[in-house]
Design a protein around this ligand. Structure first.
Ligand SMILES: C[S@@+](CC[C@H](N)C(=O)[O-])C[C@H]1O[C@@H](n2cnc3c(N)ncnc32)[C@H](O)[C@@H]1O
Length: 217
């Protein structure tokens, strides 16, 4: 099955299942989601609305490479949009002294992330908010991290250009941003791809967002 079709299946099933297996990629999950070897966990508490993508954690070595690629440092404010168990902002705070926010629509993930922040001793620098990533204000971010789906990244693009300052770095695990070409692409030892962009002074002319901005002037 084509990758895009598999990802589509994944997106439409997100209201029903969460999968509690670490180290799987979204793609692996979608390939096997109807097999018996899969562990399905029904969320005990309903989120406000169905998540747009199920929870699959980024493996810790990939988290480390994402933060390294973005050159995260103690002056940064990192936003992980769809933050799961909080590992990206928690690692950014504990390893680099950054401040961070994790945004997740699922209250179960927020609870888990708060516990993990407590354990890591970073609750003074990291906050988790149960919000929809499409409506949350990210204007004070200097780094944004993503592990969503290709279509969600593209849907998010106008918001990134509207709210983020030029120079803000964005890193995405495994999925690109359609016609917005990355500044760098790295393949990790685990076989994951990390995409890296920097918000430019001007929106690239090939994107519909650029046309929308110029016609609004
Ligand atoms: C693939 S997981 C990534 C988790 C984490 N960023 C990581 O890399 O380990 C995607 C997360 O996005 C959350 N999510 C899905 N749709 C969302 C939305 N509209 N707003 C906020 N969070 C959402 C899910 O609950 C899930 O925890």
């Amino acid at each position: 099955m084509l990758k895009r079709q598999m990802l589509g299946i994944l997106a439409v099933t997100t209201g029903v299942i969460g999968i509690g297996i670490t180290g799987w990629s979204l793609e692996t999950q979608s390939k096997t989601q109807n097999t018996q070897s899969q562990i399905l966990v029904q969320d005990t508490q309903q989120p406000e609305r169905s998540p747009d993508v199920i929870y699959v954690p980024t493996p810790q070595p990939v988290v480390d490479e994402m933060l390294e690629l973005a050159k995260v440092n103690k002056n940064d404010v990192i936003y992980d949009l769809g933050s799961g168990d909080g590992r990206l902002p928690i690692t950014a705070a504990s390893k680099y002294g950054a401040r961070g926010f994790g945004i997740d629509i699922n209250p179960e993930r927020i609870r888990e992330a708060n516990e993990n922040a407590q354990e890591a001793g970073v609750t003074d620098r990291v906050k988790f908010l149960q919000q929809d990533l499409f409506t949350t204000d990210i204007s004070d971010a200097s780094v944004v991290t993503l592990y969503l789906l290709p279509d969600l990244n593209v849907k998010l693009r106008p918001k990134l250009f509207q709210q983020l300052k030029p120079g803000t770095r964005i890193v995405s695990h495994d999925f690109d941003m359609g016609d917005w070409k990355p500044d760098r692409t790295v393949t990790t030892a685990e076989g994951s791809t990390i995409y890296y962009w920097v918000i430019p002074e001007n929106i690239p002319a090939n994107l519909p967002e650029a046309k929308a901005t110029s016609s609004a002037k």
